[in-house]
Write a protein that binds this ligand. Sequence first.
Ligand SMILES: [Fe+2]
Length: 142
Amino acid sequence: MVDTPTRRAVLGAGALVAGSLFGIESSVAQAQLPPTPACRDGEAATLAQTEGPYFKPSSPERIELFEEGMAGQPIELVGFVLSRNCKPISGALLDFWQADGRGQYDNSGFRLRGHQFTDAEGRYRLRSVVPGVYPGRTRHIH
Ligand SMILES: [Fe+2]
């Protein structure tokens, strides 16, 4: 893959968001990161894995994905979005989607899907359920 400036920016933002989820301020995230070196594996094909479910456009704007009677333990996820210079980014669009407590995604509607914007200090807050396990993946929220 070609390392374009756009790709570097996306990777940098992801690292900052991931670090903020765990309350870790990474000095690595503040510096320009070199491109990830290519892996040499003898040109072996990457093993196939289950694809998706995927992002769906036009999710409802909301911070509360939990609905009464929904399977799964309630959870609140908070974090913030920072620039590469560690400045809060207000108005950043965050789109969340996840499986319910039984590991099931809603691919036809917007159950456990929604988007929101960071506040003036770059913060977000999501109320949802702990996602269930489904084959081949650990619990996760997109
Ligand atoms: Fe997933």
